[in-house]
Write a new protein. Structure first.
Length: 146
């Protein structure tokens, strides 16, 4: 049994490399360039890790939306405020991914999570709660003084 490792060069895209390696392995296994009875089998494929990571991010995003919606609705008692804050999460995630990709950086979970939840969603919660507080304390009689 012989083991081999395929190394990815710096600044390469993971799925592009995985696709090329899979194609090369399929070609080597089918074109007859290997001796009879010899076959290349993969035991760790980074593409599987990428798929699991994307699935985990989507699961956590939906769970986060539901949790933040429920907490906002319980504490503020306002359905509209809870919906606004919950709607910012997928938009913030999309913006975070777009920013990192446009800058040519890797969209890893730490940077996307920091931009998404740490900056955009957190500030949305603070601003919305402050607006709600001001509207709740606003008296209609004081705004129409003659």
């Amino acid at each position: 049994m012989i083991f081999g490792i395929v190394l990815m060069q710096k600044l390469e895209r993971t799925m592009d490399v995985v696709t090329r390696v899979r194609a090369a392995i399929d070609r080597l296994n089918t074109d007859g360039s290997l001796p009879p009875g010899v076959r290349i089998d993969t035991f760790y494929d980074r593409g599987d890790l990428v798929a699991v990571t994307v699935r985990t991010v989507l699961h956590n995003m939906f769970f986060g939306i539901a949790l933040i919606f429920l907490i906002q609705w319980v504490f503020l008692g306002n359905l509209r405020c809870a919906l606004i804050v919950s709607a910012t999460i997928p938009v913030a995630l999309l913006l975070a991914v777009m920013i990192t990709v446009l800058r040519g950086e890797s969209a890893n979970l730490l940077s996307v999570g920091a931009i998404d939840l740490g900056i955009i969603v957190d500030s949305t919660v603070i601003i919305l709660e402050n607006i709600y507080r001001h509207l709740a304390h606003h008296s209609p009689d004081t705004s129409r003084r003659r």
